[in-house]
Design a protein around this ligand. Structure first.
Ligand code: DHB
Ligand code: FE
Length: 291
């Protein structure tokens, strides 16, 4: 049976991708950030998932304002990299898993989450920057990726509570797939940031810290944060954090934080990164390292 073993929360700031692509990671502005991601990369290299479910948002690259799905699953064989204005990022094409993605759609729709099926789409920094941060710069990505795009661009965005419940349904869907697979789910975007308007540059570190704490201490409390509160407290683009609640909902009730990093700023963003293992996988890892 397929299993979600862990969740990764990470910001997806496009300037991070540009820093990697242009060889700037050792510069003083960037070095502390990349140092903070080293343990997360090491964890990923040890865990070696077969499949990543990447919960992310498109930034008007795959979808324009003609059609804006609230929740969309990429069911294609592969997903080319979007050109966001400076050419496509020099990262490998993203290989999908159409059979498993279609199974997720089947299960989720029967569970009353009306997913939009997307057979062809480009993927932008929302997906590629988290891949780079956790997997580095390989010639090919080491696992298959199922993109799950969430609308946080055109209001109304889904509530955190709806996202958390979608995560629970994703856990059930994955566990009903009859193939031994290790699945890691990402929740991406955030943390506090506002990239335009009078409050551009707003960062709310206490808000971000409470959010990171809540992921393991009391995720239900985080589901009560209303969309307007993300905007008011932590900036327009902080609404991206609802995607971290999809990740968290997919891990089951008890889960263990195994790594956390927080850094301000990268471009306009309060950058957060967290790794949370399911209770079962955490116990399994503990038994292995004791043996
Ligand atoms: C920035 C952050 C984002 O999440 C994004 O999508 C675009 C820009 C920034 O901080 O510059
Ligand atoms: Fe973003």
């Amino acid at each position: 049976m397929a299993k979600i073993i862990a969740g990764v929360g990470t910001s997806h700031t496009p300037a991070i991708g540009a820093a990697v692509d242009n060889g700037k990671t050792a510069e003083p502005y960037w070095a502390p950030l990349f140092k903070g991601y080293e343990p997360a990369k090491k964890w990923m290299a040890e865990v070696k998932p077969d499949v990543v479910i990447m919960v992310y948002n498109d930034h008007v690259n795959a979808f324009d304002f003609k059609i804006i799905p609230t929740f969309a699953i990429g069911c294609g064989d592969e997903f080319p990299i979007a050109d966001e204005g400076w050419g496509a990022r020099p990262v490998p094409v993203v290989k999908g898993y159409p059979e498993l993605a279609s199974h997720l759609v089947q299960s989720l729709v029967l569970d009353e989450f009306d997913m939009t099926i997307v057979n062809e789409m480009l993927v932008d920094h929302g997906l590629t920057v988290p891949m780079t941060l956790l997997f580095g710069q390989p010639a090919a990505w080491p696992c298959r990726v199922i993109p799950l795009a969430v609308n946080v661009i055109q209001y109304p965005a889904p509530t955190g509570n709806r996202c958390y419940n979608l995560g629970k349904a994703i856990k059930k869907a994955v566990e009903s797939w009859d193939e031994d697979l290790k699945v890691v789910i990402f929740g991406t975007g955030g943390m506090s940031h506002q990239i335009q308007g009078k409050r551009a540059g707003l960062i709310n570190t206490p808000f971000d810290t409470r959010f990171l704490d809540g992921l393991t201490k009391d995720p239900e409390a985080l589901t009560k944060i209303q969309p307007i509160e993300y905007l008011r407290e932590a900036g327009n683009e902080a609404i991206e954090l609802v995607m971290w609640l999809i990740m968290r909902g997919a891990l089951g009730e008890a889960a263990e934080e195994v790594y956390r990093f927080y850094h301000v700023p990268a471009s306009s963003t309060g950058v957060g990164s967290i790794i949370i293992e399911t209770k079962e996988f955490h116990a399994q890892r503990a038994r292995k390292s004791a043996a």
